[in-house]
Design a protein around this ligand. Structure first.
Ligand SMILES: CC(C)(COP(=O)(O)OP(=O)(O)OC[C@H]1O[C@@H](n2cnc3c(N)ncnc32)[C@H](O)[C@@H]1OP(=O)(O)O)[C@@H](O)C(=O)NCCC(=O)NCCS
Length: 175
């Protein structure tokens, strides 16, 4: 199934050279209708600006980036953890942008990324994770099946990549 895949943390020393590939995956997701913060068409320049901001946060230790790589070292999926900044929420973090390249989906990589980020959060002393996703998406089913608790749904919270309204479901998980 995922024997040829490894999930590992992309550190400050290498994040800069992984941005083009991460942009490829994001552009492909948006082009095919995934609701992941951007409207279609997503230009390469805009995608790279986004990943540059992620890289800067990784370099400043304000965000953690995990990537799933195939046997050639090519990134096929990624997830991020954003620790809360306020001192009364140091025990919590947000999970954002679980992305798996379309051709690699359905092989357990999304589930693996999610469990890897939960494990890493636990190791870093986090006790609470939160996230939100488009209601009735594959991602919503993934989170529910991994034991995340649904808080509720906000109708019309986000736009799909084609600009139409979507509800968002909010989840949390105690570690
Ligand atoms: C959500 C996503 C990360 C899942 O990645 P994946 O590698 O295909 O997921 P997995 O193979 O690990 O599947 C795990 C579970 O997710 C759910 N799931 C995955 N794809 C699904 C689909 N097409 N339809 C319904 N459920 C699906 C199922 O519960 C599945 O468990 P099962 O195989 O035991 O039924 C991937 O579809 C993706 O990148 N989507 C676009 C980006 C996105 O919406 N990210 C969430 C942003 S918050």
């Amino acid at each position: 199934m995922t024997d040829d895949i490894q999930v590992r943390r992309i550190g400050a020393d290498e994040v800069d050279r992984r941005l083009e590939r991460l942009a490829d995956i994001l552009i492909d997701c948006v082009a095919h209708g995934d609701s992941v913060s951007f409207l279609s068409p997503l230009s390469r320049r805009r995608a790279l600006v986004y990943w540059r901001s992620v890289a800067d946060a990784v370099i400043c230790n304000e965000r953690v980036l995990l990537a799933a790589e195939d046997s050639t070292g090519q990134i096929v999926g990624a997830v991020q953890m954003v620790p809360a900044a306020s001192e009364n929420q140091m025990h919590s973090a947000r999970v954002v942008k679980v992305l798996v390249e379309r051709s690699a989906r359905g092989r357990g990589i999304g589930r693996w990324l999610l469990s890897a980020v939960s494990e890493l959060a636990r190791k870093e002393g986090k006790m609470l994770l939160t996230l939100s996703t488009t209601t009735a998406s594959a991602a919503e089913r993934l989170y529910a099946s991994e034991g995340w608790q649904r808080v509720g749904i906000i109708p019309g919270c986000v736009l799909a990549s084609d600009g139409t309204d979507r509800s968002a479901t909010f989840f949390y998980k105690h570690l």
